[in-house]
Design a protein around this ligand. Sequence first.
Ligand code: HEC
Length: 196
Amino acid sequence: MWFSCARGVMVPDNPLQQTASSCTFDPGLSSMHATSHSTRLSAMSMHTRLFAPVIAFLFCHAASAQSTLMQGKKTGEQVYTSVCMACHETGVAHAPKFGDKAAWAPLIAEGQHVLTGHAWVGVRAMPARGGSNETSLAEFARAVAHMARSSGGDWKDPDARLMRQIASEADKRLVKSIKEQQAMQRELHALVKAAK
Ligand code: HEC
């Protein structure tokens, strides 16, 4: 018996509002999909027939969050050293310094999902993703937790549930900054039009 999962059926403009995953369930009797089960499930008990899709959904729902939002093997310390340290060790452009409890206290008070989501999108002189596209969201989140832990906080490396909250917060920030950029574009277009 095996399960396989793939995140799918996304709402085009906001996958975060979409919770369903597309899953297949194979009871070991055939290799066909549970979604077209009319004929080949005859060998299965009524009980299995009723609950298999539910079990498959729950299993896949958890597993898909693991495999996508949790992906990336680097520890927070590894990411900090290779990506974040360049600015946060010395406090380039007023970056909150590593280990500076006074600087980190108000940031830690914002809450782990809020601070991590905003930092990932970028804050003023802090570049989006710390300027590293190779760093996954989970790895970035671990780096923030590592920095917070070393600066008076007790943040743990995020689990799948917290990763969802971080993603949701980052999404809200992105919506806001996209709107700001669209307003800037309208302003630019108005300038160009007036100059004709
Ligand atoms: C190019 C320099 C630079 C790099 C690299 C960098 N940061 Fe920053 N970071 C900054 C600066 C500057 C700020 C302060 C932004 C401000 O408040 O104006 C900042 C602020 C932050 C904050 C606080 C955000 C807030 O809401 O005030 C967090 C958290 C953070 N960085 C995490 C990271 C992590 C994690 C990495 C590595 C993956 C990283 N940074 C890499 C420059 C950098």
